[in-house]
Ligand binder design. Structure first.
Ligand SMILES: [Zn+2]
Length: 510
């Protein structure tokens, strides 16, 4: 029987963000399933939209025996602590070592992990795994579309396969694709690799695969795959990690080197040819709210605003108050905003009880320049323990644990507050505190793109607003110090030139 060691360790690191990911962050999981060990991994990893779940289902169908090690993820944030990385990777590598001999290894990683002590977390995971399994055991990793991929990671693996959708509705499908490629490797086929890095950063708002140009790029990429090039990926990257391999990349696996090169170069030309098209309108908070209120007068469905710069799926703390202040200031009605992460205010709401009024210093705790707690008196409309199922296409049926949570109301504005962070990417994240999103006039979601999977079907219009937050909509405004010299800081932006970094801006691992 074919035996394959498997594991998962997912983190997207915004090196400019306010809060690090600790071991506890991975134990809880945030928007990911809670950490599981050994046999429990395969019980949790099925029927949900996660790479390892897709691989697991495909393995069962093929009669492979999987040897699970550890599976965990944490909400995007600043660096993964050295303690968390070492404990998790040690358990994973020791698990693989104990399982030897194995026929192959599959890992579900993200691709944009930076730790306190390492620029490229995934490359280090792959290096240690390769050291244990030797050069000949097939080793495949599935990755997020936001991976910032290094040549070292390509070198130490037989194949990397990235998601093709943003919102990531194909995470499990990518695990299935990894299993298909694994089948080729297990049959003894060898593939040449081609790896390319692109010369400009792409802001995440313009990476959405529901829109052009990204939609067309992925359609073309899928059409380029065939028996000669069975696996081809494009990562637009995560443009908030300050290290030299932060950039979009393309990786191809072909029967011959010429096949792999040709496919990779075709995708590079395609993406480069669209540099002008990664662009769109970003509103200021007041401008966005006033425009939404105007549109709502004649709309039959909600106007949905992305509070993109505080997206906890990109390292934001999901607690900035710029959009809440704009909604109240502009006197919006039938408007809801979620989710503001604030355990202290959630406790105060629970202590006060439903129907009570509470005066809070809400959110604004992450120290983002231009942001502050919102001081006001709110009515506690509804309390929740934060346990529910997110059944929309992004979370795909995951059990959510937002901790003690509440719906607060101030004037015509409702606020969802929670004790754990997770990106507002599912209608259930309003309903669990009694808000029916489909009948609201305006919804403000702390998300950049993932919310679109579940909200586009109910939205009249989508708008993007830039209130102060950890993930600038304009990537050229970040205080970069360590990018690859010459890379453009946004499409058609100025090229990066290394200067002597100010000590206050130096990354902790610099
Ligand atoms: Zn992603």
């Amino acid at each position: 029987m074919t035996r394959i060691a498997v594991g998962g360790f997912l983190h997207e690191t915004n090196t400019f963000a306010p809060t690090k990911a600790t071991y506890e962050s991975f134990v809880h999981g945030g928007g990911w399933p809670a950490m599981t060990h050994g046999a429990d991994v395969l019980k949790v990893m099925r029927g949900i939209n996660v790479g390892l779940a897709g691989f697991n289902e495909e393995a069962e169908a093929r009669g492979w025996e999987l040897v699970p090690t550890i599976a965990c993820g944490a909400s995007p944030s600043a660096h993964v602590t050295k303690d968390a990385f070492e404990r998790i990777v040690t358990e994973m590598v020791e698990g693989i070592k104990a399982a030897l001999p194995v026929d192959a290894v599959y890992l579900d990683l993200h691709g944009a992990m930076v730790t306190e002590h390492l620029d490229d977390g995934e490359a280090e995971v792959a290096r240690r795994v390769r050291q244990v399994i030797g050069p000949d055991v097939p080793f495949v990793i599935s990755l997020d579309l936001h991976g910032n991929i290094s040549p070292e990671l390509v070198e130490d693996t037989d194949a990397l396969i990235a998601y093709r959708t943003y919102p990531h509705v194909d995470m499990a499908d990518t695990g299935r694709a990894a299993a298909r490629h694994m089948t080729l490797l297990l049959s003894g086929q060898k593939f040449a690799k081609a790896f390319r890095q692109l010369p400009f950063l792409i802001p995440i708002s313009w990476q959405c695969t529901n829109d052009q140009p990204t939609k067309g790029i992925y359609e073309m990429l899928a059409a380029l795959e065939d028996d000669q090039v069975p696996t081809l990926s494009f990562c637009p990257g995560f443009p908030a990690a300050d290290f030299p391999h932060c950039c979009p990349s393309v990786f191809a696996y072909g029967v011959t080197q010429a096949d792999a090169n040709a496919a990779a170069d075709t995708v590079v030309r395609l993406v480069s040819g669209h540099e002008n098209d990664f662009d769109g309108k970003i509103y200021t908070p007041d401008e966005g709210v006033l425009h939404a209120m105007e549109l709502a007068k004649t709309a039959s469905r909600p106007i949905v605003i992305a509070d993109t710069q505080d997206n906890p799926g990109a390292g934001g703390d999901s607690d900035t108050t710029g959009m809440l202040a704009a909604l109240v200031r502009c006197k919006a009605t039938r408007a809801s905003i979620g989710v503001i992460y604030d355990p202290v205010s959630a406790k105060a709401a629970h202590d006060a009880g439903e129907g009570a009024s509470v005066t809070l210093s809400l959110g604004g705790k992450s120290g983002i320049p231009g942001d502050a707690p919102y001081q006001a008196t709110f009515v506690v409309e509804k309390l929740s323990d934060g346990q529910f199922v997110a059944g929309g296409p992004y979370y795909g049926g995951r059990d959510m644990d937002m901790g003690p949570s509440a719906c607060l109301r101030i004037d015509g504005v409702r606020v969802v507050i929670s004790s754990h962070k997770a990106q507002l990417a599912d209608q259930a994240m309003y309903r669990f505190v009694g808000i029916e999103p489909t009948t609201e006039a305006i919804l403000v979601n702390k998300s950049s793109v993932h919310f679109r999977a579940d909200f586009e079907p109910i939205a009249e219009r989508l708008l993007i607003c830039a209130a102060p937050g950890a993930m600038p909509a304009d990537t050229s405004t970040l205080p970069w110090t360590r990018l690859r010299p010459g890379i453009r800081l946004k499409p058609n932006g100025v090229p990066f030139t290394p200067t002597t970094a100010s000590p206050t801006l130096a990354p902790v691992n610099g």
